[in-house]
Design a binder for this molecule. Sequence first.
Ligand SMILES: Nc1ncnc2c1ncn2[C@@H]1O[C@H](COP(=O)(O)OP(=O)(O)O)[C@@H](O)[C@H]1O
Ligand SMILES: [Mg+2]
Length: 260
Amino acid sequence: MMEANEHSSGQKPLIEIRELTKSFGNNQVLCGFNLQLFPGENVVILGKSGSGKSVLIKCLIRLMEPDSGEITILGKSVIHLDQKTLDQVRTEVGFLFQGSALYDSMTVRENLRFPLRRHPERKRGQEEEELIHQTLRSVGLEDAIDLMPAELSGGMKRRVALARTLILRPKIILYDEPTTGLDPITSNEIIQLILQLQKELGTTSLIITHDMDCARVISNRVIILFDGINYAEGTYDELSRSQDPKVRAFFKDINERLHG
Ligand SMILES: Nc1ncnc2c1ncn2[C@@H]1O[C@H](COP(=O)(O)OP(=O)(O)O)[C@@H](O)[C@H]1O
Ligand SMILES: [Mg+2]
């Protein structure tokens, strides 16, 4: 397996997680998880359902309090930050929730306006309306600006959610299961869109998924979350050829579940 820092000569990680632990009663979900995310990477964290992927990503931006460990984002230790600085760091970290989590009672325009009103300093000198249009255009949905979420297909909802994240131009985007609940064709469209925007905007991504197709297409590097730790790391191809019985079983399991 490759060490993360071999990939990025001399670059500092944008995110570093050290020995993260989190339990719920007797359920030890994270037992010393480590991760480094370097500029420009698309790192996929692959784990079975219930393995702690969402818990990990929530702890990362402190939507959930970890029990122990260190988390550094853009050079700041987020465990010890006051609320104000934490909010600042969070504006640099976009978060695409599992599902789309749009505000159902708001139009598409209002959904995109919401983060801008909370962080007016992120408008980059542009008019709000112009920025909303421009961002919707970048996900191919300018025509949907006046629609309600209930009027959108699953794929369109995911695009709006992506636009709502992108509108603040975060340096890092965290994706929790970006393709879950979508048919294969729509999944692929979303993956291609993520890759395209990534290139255009130069963001760095951490993608959490159990979707092997998503992991294969989107990742430069994969980390397998297993038994609460970063069990194995490498490119998708390296891991798929791994002789480690647990990694092999893991791939086999997931392929069986996906392809019958
Ligand atoms: N708020 C919570 N309270 C208690 N247990 C939780 C909570 N959130 C997650 N868990 C448990 O943590 C484990 C990992 O959950 P999760 O991170 O959602 O898995 P996934 O990898 O599917 O995203 C599961 O056993 C789940 O039941
Ligand atoms: Mg989850």
